[in-house]
Structures are given as structure tokens and as C-alpha cells.
Design a protein around this ligand. Structure first.
Ligand code: NAP
Length: 321
């Protein structure tokens, strides 16, 4: 008689989560196997109703094809550009992510990057620690943040949290997305390039994936201008990185603060000599508190689904009610 598993886990969410999940349910932890799901035959996978994954690991069409009984996917992370939602729609599988619980930390990091870039925090740190302060004297002047104009690309949950923080810096906020939001409380700008032209700083907080691929292009970057700053906490794919590097080299853009890059992990050599660029290794949600809350929300979604109550934070999939 074959073993009976309810859940297939294609990504580890950390030892504490993995152990809790394995204690509660019959879990097939395929992430432990270098071959992943490929290494398991139908005798082991045919009863699987639910899959646990992460935004990094994603969920591919091939995975759907190997799990004919699959009904739901619970993913860790808010982006779903790595989940094949078209395959989910075709096979009638629902999916959940972990929205909301990470908004504050990602917004905090967007502000950390904006402040660090404008006020040259990382460069100043190096200046003191490498004894240049004593050797060369006063540090060069930087760019004022308070009272400036902030453009936000994507006024979703994270974009809103970024905008709320701008109020403490006495800033005027405008935003661009595909649709204006009646409840936004900020001016909508239907053209991204016009938003960049108006703004001193542009923070990218929209979704990744094909619909936003490189929409921050050379024209948008140049529109920000030589004292403008671009911050990206969304996905590297949203920004044309070659155009960004060219604009920074030519002095057409003042600086950039990037939590995400086109290819990750990256050594980002093209930015290594640029003091006007501050980089972080994709850590928007990476605090103990928020990572714990994200794992808990995955577990809550798993529990709710297996108890027949449906997913708590479903991803809207076209064609699913
Ligand atoms: P959300 O609430 O769904 O908001 C997404 C926003 O993107 C909406 O305002 C949406 O507005 C806009 N948008 C979608 N397609 C667009 C397009 N083609 N052009 C312009 N705007 C578009 O999502 P969220 O929770 O705020 O998260 C936003 C993104 O942040 C995630 O998708 C993820 O990629 C990223 N993220 C990064 C980190 C990190 O560690 N750095 C952590 C979490 C999330 P419309 O639908 O009106 O266009």
C-alpha cells in the first residue's frame, strides 16, 4: 500500500515552520531532495491536495502536472510573479500569499534606502571608517529629503504604507498605477513619465511580472533628473537596469536605492564604484518579527483550507470566483 500525503512542501520556510507543519499534517518535504518533485512518483503524490511554496521557489506548470489532485497552493511572500497562475486557473487550483503583514517593514526599507541615498549614509559611514574624514576633511553636501515631491509607482498595500510615512517628512505625494483609487487621498498621475518629471524621488512599489516589465525605462529615469532619486523595493524586472546604469554614469540621475535587482543574487559590479547608489540584498521583509508573521500566515492558510474554510488570503486569479 502506498503512503498517503496531504501536503507537498516544495520550499523550506525555516526549521520551526517545517517541523510544525510536519507535526500537524502528512507532509512530503520534496525541498530536501535535489531533484525536487521530479524525484517522486505518482504513488506518493496522487493524494496531495495542498502545496506549500515560497515566492522564491515559485510553482511551475510542471509541478501542477505532477500533482493531479492538487486543490490549493499556500505561498510565503506577497509577490506571485513566480507562481504560474495561468496553470492554476486551468487546473482550478486556488492560491494564497502573505499580504499585509510585511507592508510596514518593506515601507520602512524603502525609506531607509531613500534617506541613505539622498543623505549618502553608506558613503559617509565608509568615509569615517576608512579615515578619509581625518585625511580629506568635510564630507560633500547631499540632497535634502523633507518637503520634497514623492512619486510612488503602485499605490497598493506597500505603496500606501510608504505614502503614510511621507507625511512625517512634509512631502507632497502623487502616484501612478493602471487605475486611480477613489480612496487614495493622493493625486493620481495617469502617465508614469509625467509622474517622474514632477517628482524629486520615485519609489517603485508595484507588482513584478510581464505587465510591469521595464516600465521604468530610460525616459522615466531621465525625467527624474540629475538630482532625482529612484528607489526600487518591488522587483528588479520593473526597472531597465542597463538604462539606469547609463543614466547614473552620465549624471542624468542623482542616485538610486535598490533592494531588488534584475538578476538575484547578484554581485552588481556595475554599481560597485557608484557612491550615489545604495544596495540591499532583497531584504524588504527580512526582520525577525515580519518573517515570523509571514510563516504564521502560511500556516493559518493551510489550517483554514484543510479545515474546509477556504483560503484566508487568496490571490485573485482571473476566472475564479
Ligand atoms: P498590491 O497591494 O497588490 O499593490 C500592487 C500595486 O501595483 C497596485 O497599486 C497596482 O495598481 C499596481 N500595479 C499592478 N500592475 C501595474 C502596472 N502594470 N502598472 C502600474 N502599476 C501596476 O501589492 P503590495 O502588497 O503592495 O506589494 C507590491 C509588490 O512589492 C509585490 O508584488 C512584490 O513584488 C513587492 N515586494 C517586495 C518585497 C521586498 O522584499 N523587496 C517584499 C514584499 C513585496 P493597479 O492594479 O491599479 O495597476
Amino acid at each position: 500500500m502506498s503512503e498517503h500525503y496531504d501536503i507537498v512542501q516544495v520550499a523550506s520556510l525555516g526549521p520551526a515552520f517545517d517541523e510544525r507543519l510536519a507535526r500537524r499534517y502528512r507532509v512530503l518535504p520534496v525541498w530536501r531532495d535535489p531533484e525536487g518533485l521530479e524525484g517522486y512518483g505518482p504513488d506518493l503524490t496522487r493524494h496531495v491536495r495542498l502545496a506549500v511554496t515560497s515566492v522564491r521557489r515559485g510553482f511551475t506548470r510542471q509541478m501542477f502536472e505532477r500533482l493531479p489532485g492538487l486543490q490549493a497552493i499556500c505561498s510565503w511572500g506577497v509577490g506571485y510573479d513566480t507562481l504560474d497562475l495561468e496553470a492554476a486557473r486551468e487546473s482550478g487550483v486556488q492560491a494564497s500569499n502573505t499580504p499585509g503583514v510585511l507592508d510596514a517593514c518593506v515601507a520602512d526599507l524603502a525609506w531607509a534606502l531613500l534617506l541613505a541615498t539622498a543623505r549618502r549614509v553608506a558613503a559617509g559611514d565608509r568615509y569615517v571608517k576608512s579615515a578619509q574624514w581625518r585625511a580629506l576633511g568635510e564630507f560633500p553636501l547631499s540632497i535634502k529629503v523633507s518637503g520634497k515631491r514623492l512619486g510612488i509607482l503602485g499605490l497598493g498595500r506597500i505603496g500606501h504604507a510608504i505614502a503614510r510615512r511621507a507625511m512625517g517628512f512634509d512631502m507632497e505625494v502623487r502616484y501612478h498605477s493602471r487605475h486611480p483609487r477613489a480612496d487614495a487621498g493622493y493625486t493620481y498621475e495617469p502617465q508614469l513619465q509625467a509622474l517622474a518629471q514632477w517628482a524629486d524621488f520615485l519609489i517603485v512599489a508595484c507588482v513584478g511580472g510581464p505587465t510591469t516589465y521595464r516600465i521604468v525605462d530610460a525616459n522615466v529615469i531621465r525625467a527624474l533628473g540629475p538630482r532625482g532619486i529612484l528607489v526600487n523595493i518591488s522587483r528588479g524586472s520593473v526597472v531597465d537596469q542597463a538604462a539606469l546604469v547609463a543614466a547614473l554614469r552620465a549624471g542624468e540621475l542623482g542616485g538610486a536605492g535598490l533592494d531588488v535587482l534584475e538578476s538575484e543574487p547578484s554581485t552588481a559590479e556595475e554599481f560597485s564604484a557608484m557612491d550615489q547608489v545604495v544596495l540591499m540584498p532583497h531584504v524588504g521583509s527580512a526582520t525577525d518579527e515580519t518573517r515570523e508573521a509571514m510563516s504564521q500566515l502560511v500556516m493559518d492558510n493551510v489550517d483554514a483550507w484543510l479545515a474546509g474554510k477556504g483560503l484566508l488570503t487568496p490571490i485573485p486569479i482571473a476566472g475564479q470566483g
